[in-house]
Write a protein that binds this ligand. Structure first.
Ligand code: SF4
Ligand code: SF4
Length: 88
C-alpha cells in the first residue's frame, strides 16, 4: 500500500475507528476501474478511512470496515464508484 499522506497536513479517521462493519450494511461501493482517473478524492473523503491506495495508485476498498455510506460514490467526479445492494 502507498502512503500519500506523508507531509500532507490533513486529519483522517483511524482505520476501523468504528469497528468491524458486520452484516448490517445494505449497500456497498464497487469501483469501476475503467472509469477511475486515480484522483484520490474517494481516498481522502472516506469517513472510515477504509479506502487505501494500491501500488499503482488505484483505490481499493476494505469491506471489513466500509459502512456503505456512499460518500465515496458521491464525491467521485467520474462516477466510477457504484453503490450496489449487498447480497445476503
Ligand atoms: S461507502 Fe463510505 S465507508 Fe465505504 S468506502 Fe465509501 S466513503 Fe468509505
Ligand atoms: S474518486 Fe473516483 S476517479 Fe477518483 S480515485 Fe476514487 S474511484 Fe477513482
Amino acid at each position: 500500500m502507498v502512503n500519500v499522506q506523508e507531509g500532507i497536513p490533513i486529519a483522517r479517521p483511524k482505520i476501523g475507528s468504528s469497528g468491524f462493519t458486520g452484516s448490517w450494511r445494505i449497500t456497498k461501493p464497487v469501483i469501476h476501474y475503467d472509469a477511475c482517473t486515480k484522483c484520490r478524492l474517494c481516498y481522502f473523503y472516506c469517513v472510515e478511512n477504509s479506502i487505501d491506495l494500491q501500488q499503482d495508485l488505484y483505490p481499493k476498498i476494505d469491506y471489513d470496515f466500509c459502512k456503505g455510506c456512499g460518500v465515496c460514490a458521491d464525491v467521485c467526479p467520474t462516477k466510477a464508484i457504484e453503490m450496489v445492494r449487498e447480497v445476503k
